[in-house]
Design a protein around this ligand. Structure first.
Ligand SMILES: [Zn+2]
Ligand SMILES: [Zn+2]
Length: 149
């Protein structure tokens, strides 16, 4: 499904009200440069960025899941709580709101990237065309260990 920016803003606000009991009246936008992730939250800008491919290719439940995940980051950040992937506050809120910890690769990506690895510490996903030696390589973001997904 394609969303206008108004439709996207009202969808995010509705999900925020439904699952968090609070409105979301900050910025939300599609960012076509997001490749391996369904979305991200930029705390310094108070902005949620979503991968437009997940709106069109993934099913709606999954797209909503991504929005819920980003809203977890947002609401905790606003309230001065632990909003990062490793924080207990974050993990608890994911659980409470039934939000996914990771998003599933898109059908279009599964064809080209046969091998998926996930950082054990921060959850960052890496997709590779070739097999990678997980004993040798570490997460580029946090130096954590990688596991095959
Ligand atoms: Zn996240
Ligand atoms: Zn990492």
């Amino acid at each position: 499904m394609e969303y206008s920016s108004e439709a996207l803003a009202s969808l995010v606000n509705q999900i925020s009200l439904d699952y968090f009991g609070k409105p979301y009246h900050y910025e939300v936008m599609f960012n076509a440069r997001l490749r391996t992730t369904g979305g991200r939250y930029v705390p310094s800008l108070n902005r949620i960025e979503l991968n437009p491919k997940y709106a069109t290719e993934a099913d709606k439940q999954e797209f909503i899941g991504i929005i819920k995940h980003e809203l977890c980051h947002h609401h905790l950040y606003i309230e001065g709580k632990g909003y990062k992937h490793g924080d207990a506050d974050f993990k608890n809120l994911l659980k409470k709101t039934g939000s996914p910890r990771f998003c599933t690769p898109l059908p279009s990506q599964q064809e080209t990237f046969k091998h998926t690895y996930r950082c054990k510490s921060c959850g960052q996903l890496y997709k590779r065309r070739r097999r990678m030696n997980v004993a040798k390589y570490r997460c580029g973001k946090c130096r954590g260990r990688l596991v095959t997904v």
